[in-house]
Design a protein around this ligand. Structure first.
Ligand SMILES: O=C[C@H](O)[C@H](O)[C@H](O)COP(=O)(O)O
Length: 218
């Protein structure tokens, strides 16, 4: 099976977690795009969604699903999103699509983070996938120097402006042995808006598309 088939299988399995009359937290990326496709026929059974990117909002609206402002939502049962890497401890690297900040905000609000992945995303140690860091534009060079001090090789993702009007540095050559500590350290650099380590708040449920079918770990 190809990677997209595995992503789709994981996304379809996540539909079982969608409650009647609920607002669903929806992430960003190619795996989530399959989830939105699956959610479309359920549009009359849910109230709507909150979305982590302009891209996903457009897809949700095109599917006839109302998109709510997060500020209008007091409580969110589930947040469904993909990941670039995930460990057995459910720590993740996210932000390959540049949506990490809004993703982390919605993940913080949601009671349950449901991570949908294909099996290639599973790793023993995070860091082979470059770690995205969203920075305020005027702080780009300073933050890059600080990231070098932490042992990484930051590369500016030129041409990308995030939905929040900021820039992304992708940090290469990290072997992340303590994800919670590195997440905290990077957040302390002035000018950093958010980093793509989801360790302090990891996934609660992981649905993995495998050759043997979707595997659910709760
Ligand atoms: O910013 C993007 C998100 O963190 C995605 O969830 C992540 O990059 C995985 O994307 P995909 O489902 O396309 O592999």
């Amino acid at each position: 099976m190809d990677q997209n088939t595995l992503k789709q299988a994981a996304a379809m399995a996540a539909l079982d977690y969608v409650q009647q009359d609920s607002i669903v937290g929806v992430g960003t990326g190619s795996t989530v795009a399959f989830f939105i496709q699956g959610l479309a026929p359920m549009r009359n059974r849910i109230r709507g969604a909150v979305s982590s990117s302009e891209d996903s909002s457009a897809k949700l609206k095109a599917a006839g699903i109302e998109v709510f402002d997060l500020n209008a939502v007091n409580q969110l049962d589930i947040y469904v999103d993909g990941a670039d890497e995930i460990t057995s401890h459910r720590h993740m690297i996210k932000g390959g699509g540049g949506a990490l900040t809004r993703e982390k905000i919605i993940a913080a609000v949601a009671s349950k983070f449901i991570c949908i992945i294909d099996e290639t995303k599973q790793v023993d140690i995070l860091g082979a996938f470059p770690l995205p860091v969203e920075v305020i534009p005027m702080a780009r060079s300073y933050v890059a120097r600080e990231l070098v001090r932490l042992g990484g090789q930051p590369v500016w993702r030129e041409g990308l402006v995030t939905d929040n009007g900021n820039l992304i540095l992708d940090v290469h050559n990290l072997k992340i042995l303590n994800p919670c500590e590195l997440e905290r350290q990077i957040n302390q650099i002035a000018g950093v808006v958010c980093n793509g380590l989801f360790a302090q708040r990891g996934a609660d449920v992981v649905i993995t598309g495998t050759e043997q079918g979707p595997q659910i770990s709760e």
